[in-house]
Write a protein that binds this ligand. Sequence first.
Ligand code: MTE
Length: 310
Amino acid sequence: MSNWKMPKVLPSEITPREVYQRRREFMRIAASAALAAAMPGGLFAGERLPNLVKSAYELPDKLTPVGDVTRYNNFYEFGTDKESPAQNAGSLKTRPWTVAVEGEVRNPKVWDIDSLMKLVPLEERVYRLRCVEAWSMVIPWVGFPLAELIKRAEPNGNAKFVEFVTLNDPGQMPGVKSSALDWPYREGLRMDEAMHPLALLTFGLYGEVLPNQNGAPVRIVLPWKYGYKSAKSIVGIRFVEQMPLTSWVKAGPGEYGFYANVNPAVDHPRWSQAKERRIGDFFKRQTLPFNGYAEQVAQLYTGMDLQKFF
Ligand code: MTE
């Protein structure tokens, strides 16, 4: 072996200045990205939601496997087949994202999604979801009561209804180029329904951030109503005086109602609503009035003809 020593060469002497400066800049960005990922906020699909409050909302029903919850979806902005949302919703950009709370309120506000998620502690609730197409699932959702947000907005005396407006971006949503529905997808509730403690502003499922195909970054879940009321990927919550014209009512007023309370006694004009197939089950089961939540919500509709106001 010779006693030749390796000369001490600084990287700056062998690497052109712009290259090592770019490398340093890259490392700085990578370090801050790692820090941001470690901090709460800016959470993306599949990440675990921190500090979940254990919920009183349990059900004896068997949970629907997460693979069915995330691969059998209705989200027409990503196509009309049940498999299309899981295949196409990867193009949805969920940050930055804002939700405008506006209309007949004293405190209108444009919420950044990461602040909205921290408004009150998130809790897990197992709810049945009954689709108007006569299938159902049992899903552990994560969110907080919509009433918490409504209270802070302070609706005024003219606020009789709430309208949910969802994202309508042809660049991210291939389905909105079709005329399957009138876009943006719109839904709505009467004020007392929106204030009901079961109405859940939802950010996750199975303890994790909502997958895009399930309505990331924020959707509503209304377990006593047919699934189409549970609007996904919400960008606006508007307080209005008149009953909003919702997308499905506009598409087929004889087939889809504004109230859409699950009701085995009122058939869809083209099929029965008496029974449903729980995803994963072979046999059908009886559909329950208000999807099994009658004890909690039936009083909202006292005196109403539910055949007429379907
Ligand atoms: N929200 C938007 N923006 N677009 C839709 O097509 N479909 C609705 C509802 N929310 C829909 C939507 C229907 S018909 C159902 S049954 C539920 O989402 C399905 O929710 P899931 O796929 O998470 O089970």
